[in-house]
Design a protein around this ligand. Structure first.
Ligand SMILES: C[S@@+](CC[C@H](N)C(=O)[O-])C[C@H]1O[C@@H](n2cnc3c(N)ncnc32)[C@H](O)[C@@H]1O
Length: 278
């Protein structure tokens, strides 16, 4: 896979195949694994903190762009928010619908591209988590941010995040980018997923990497091996700050690793931006 083949269709197709494969088994593991529940709880606590600290009015209506298996929208619905979730991969939308039904909450779930959001002044908060660095190119990122800005009511906030490519500590993203390899095993009752991520291609001018992932899944219905690849855009703090400003956000605050206070040591695997629409 070379940079020249890195077209919008190739990226979306790779992403679609990758998330469709992981949808069912990833969700099964997430339902049973304590660590996954703890991670989501920490993110949900941060989101509520951001809603209270940065929106100018009480947050009620929330849009999740690229909602995946629905872990954030379902969690926020439990906490009393009116949620809409949208994801490009139909298999993931289906998983999110099943999750919402199983947990007895009402969430509007739709299939759709993050660059085709047709909302206007409808939400008090938009969340776009673990998605910006997966979009096919930077024009798509700006397009999506513009549409998110339009979807927000005045005084509403966007919470979005990236992995920080300048962080070279522990973590799968850092391992793949800096060491070229990450191996992780997650298991819970009846299911074990071993994931091997290898840096397949790196284009250092535009900061684009292709990650090849092999997932070995031991599940109640047998053993499965999936091999997929995914394009990762290595955004820095300055890139995202610039794009948020370009689309019109003025009040922009950056947090690290889901902590609500500045870290004692200035290092961060994940950067989270909270931006308010005037
Ligand atoms: C890393 S997952 C994050 C999901 C969710 N936000 C979370 O934090 O659990 C990325 C998600 O983005 C979706 N996705 C990829 N490209 C997309 C696009 N162009 N528009 C909307 N969703 C997309 C995938 O289907 C996948 O569910």
């Amino acid at each position: 896979m070379g940079y020249l083949e890195d077209t919008r269709e190739t990226v979306l197709k790779a992403s679609r195949v990758y998330y469709a494969h992981l949808a069912y088994y990833g969700d099964l593991l997430a339902q049973r694994e304590r660590r996954a529940a703890e991670t989501t709880k920490r993110e949900l606590d941060f989101l509520e903190f951001a809603f209270r600290a940065h929106a100018t009015h009480r947050v009620r209506d929330v849009l999740d762009v690229a909602c995946g298996n629905g872990r954030h929208v379902v969690g926020l619905a439990h906490r009393g928010y009116q949620c809409t979730g949208q994801d490009y991969t139909p298999e993931r939308v289906q998983i999110a619908k099943v999750r919402a039904k199983r947990e007895g909450v009402s969430v509007k779930l739709l299939q759709g591209d993050a660059t085709r959001l047709e909302y206007q002044n409808e939400f008090d908060a938009v969340i776009a988590l673990y998605i910006l660095f997966l979009l096919p190119d930077d024009d798509d990122v700006v397009k999506s941010l513009r549409q998110i800005y339009r979807a927000l009511r005045s005084g509403g906030i966007l919470v979005c995040n990236i992995y920080n490519p300048l962080y070279a500590g522990k973590g799968w993203f850092s391992d793949v980018i800096h060491k070229g390899l990450n191996v992780e095993e997650s298991h819970a009752r009846g299911i074990r997923i071993t994931t091997i991520c290898r840096l397949q291609d790196f284009e250092p001018i535009h900061g684009v990497a292709w990650d090849q992932e092999t997932s070995i899944i031991e599940a109640p219905d047998g053993m499965h091996i999936f091999r997929d690849r995914e394009r990762l855009r290595l955004f820095t703090y300055w890139d995202i700050l610039h794009y948020l400003q370009v689309v019109g956000f003025k009040e922009i605050k950056c947090y690290s690793d889901w902590k609500t206070k500045p870290p004692k040591k200035p290092k961060a695997e994940t950067l989270i931006f909270v931006s308010r629409k005037d």
